[in-house]
Design a protein around this ligand. Structure first.
Ligand SMILES: [Zn+2]
Length: 444
């Protein structure tokens, strides 16, 4: 691959929108037919809805295809044949890779992939990395404990596919990883926003090192939406003296979106490989216009062993109205994933997305990166407690910080909070994904 080439796939990334739609329709017809013919579970689902492969002639027809939810996959996998149930579209001996979902929302779902699917995973990630400026000259460090989950395996393979030099930082602890980055002069890395910030904190407070003076130039984030929250992104970029880019993907879907080097305030959907639809949560209507939020229904157009067809991801997104300056013609989702349909909860009758709180906290100077939100009942009233950490050199400004928090939170979320300002390093630390939002009303 010529390092000067701007796009990973110059044809597919610059197709006019109408050509992209034609391609998506054609690919949807193929994957629908494949799935209908090979998965007993899907065939029954489609027969019940009275829909067959020949019925898919237009985009409107796609919208008649029944959605699949995670809970349905969980149910199928509890039944025979072991271990994937009757949604597996290939003979068991063709399955080359096992991964499972993290199980944060219930029993994990198993994910079988063939070798071809796994090559497809690496291809999805190649679009991401190339768009974020990775080139064969990069030395990529992956500070992550690779395991049974899908996280960063495909990023690793794609970086190799691009021709980068890849350093697996698997079982090392945080300090050893930081020393390795310095020793090898790594230029790029991948991680969750929580861990990227945590590493910088460890380097500064426990090792007397300044990560912004190290050689990291670009960081790819995944697993949490922080890299699309402007204040969190800014903190990461300042800490490491590097550009930070967001990416979103999921075990049962694939790596479907990415931010490019233009940092347009959103992520491209890789529309050559995925069909993304946005559904109004209340009416079920498909939203094609910009600026209206809904939940994502997604189809992986090429994945074969355990297909992902009209999967109800519960991610809340909206289309952006402006094209991106990078020249890619694929549509952007504004502000990345703005929440999960399950997480957006009503407090005192007001809809609250936890990411809005993060945006405020990380935008205030004098506060550390960690925070914790607890929602609970006090009699009949909901109360929200926000705990934040003050940095040592801002301890004399606690009152000012508290006033600013209250004002900004009221402005951004229309709610009042009880603020507790804690000392540095008193809140829990997380290695991978954080659990900073606790809704205790559900248990009460
Ligand atoms: Zn772009």
């Amino acid at each position: 691959m010529d390092a000067k080439q701007k796009y990973w796939n110059p044809v597919l990334e610059t197709l006019p929108q109408e050509k992209i739609r034609q391609l998506q329709l054609k690919k949807f017809q193929q994957i629908f037919s494949w799935t209908h013919d090979h998965s007993k579970f899907h065939r029954q689902l489609y027969e019940q809805a009275g829909i067959k492969p020949d019925d898919i002639r237009s985009f409107d027809d796609i919208r008649q295809v029944p959605k699949v939810e995670k809970a349905m996959m969980r149910d199928i996998q509890r039944k025979d044949p072991f271990p994937y149930g009757d949604a597996l579209c290939v003979p068991l001996e063709d399955v080359a890779v096992f991964r499972q979902t993290s199980g944060t929302t219930g029993q994990p779902v198993y994910q079988p992939d063939t070798w071809q699917d796994w090559e497809w995973w690496a291809e999805c990630w190649s679009y991401i990395l190339w768009a974020q400026g990775y080139r064969p000259t990069d030395r990529v460090f992956i500070p992550f404990g690779y395991n049974i989950f899908v996280a960063f395996w495909a990023g690793h393979y794609a970086a190799e596919k691009l021709g980068c030099e890849v350093v697996p930082g698997g079982v090392l602890d945080t300090k050893a990883r930081i020393l390795k980055i310095e020793e090898l002069q790594a230029t790029a890395m991948m991680g969750t926003p929580t861990y990227i910030l945590g590493m910088a904190e460890t380097a500064k407070s426990k090792m007397g090192m300044d990560p912004s003076k190290m050689t990291i130039e670009r960081i790819t984030c995944a697993g949490e939406c922080g890299a699309s929250i402007p204040s969190t992104k800014r903190r990461m970029e300042q800490a490491w003296g590097a550009k930070v880019y967001d990416h979103a993907g999921a075990t049962e879907i694939g790596a479907w979106s990415f931010e490019c080097t233009e940092q347009p305030g959103g992520m491209h959907v890789n529309e050559a490989l995925f069909l993304v639809e946005i559904e109004d949560v209340e009416t079920g209507e498909i939203i094609d216009e910009a600026g209206r939020r809904g939940k994502m229904i997604i189809t992986a157009l090429d994945r074969q062993a355990q297909p992902c067809l009209r999967f109800d991801s519960k991610d809340v997104i909206e289309w952006a109205d402006e094209p991106c300056a990078c020249g890619r013609t694929t549509r952007l989702i504004k502000g990345g994933i703005v929440g999960r349909a399950d997480d957006i909860t009503k407090v005192k009758g007001v809809l609250l997305a936890p990411s809005a709180i993060e945006e405020v906290v990380r935008d205030i100077d004098g506060l550390g990166d960690e925070y914790e939100v607890v929602v609970q009942k006090d009699g009949d009233t909901d109360r929200i407690k926000l705990r934040v950490e003050v940095l040592p050199d801002a301890e004399d400004q606690c009152q000012l910080i508290e006033n600013e928090l209250v004002d900004q939170l009221r402005l951004k979320t229309n709610l009042r909070y009880d603020i507790e300002i804690c000392g540095c390093e008193t809140l829990p630390r997380y290695e991978v994904k954080a659990k900073r939002f606790k809704d205790l009303r559900k248990k009460e």
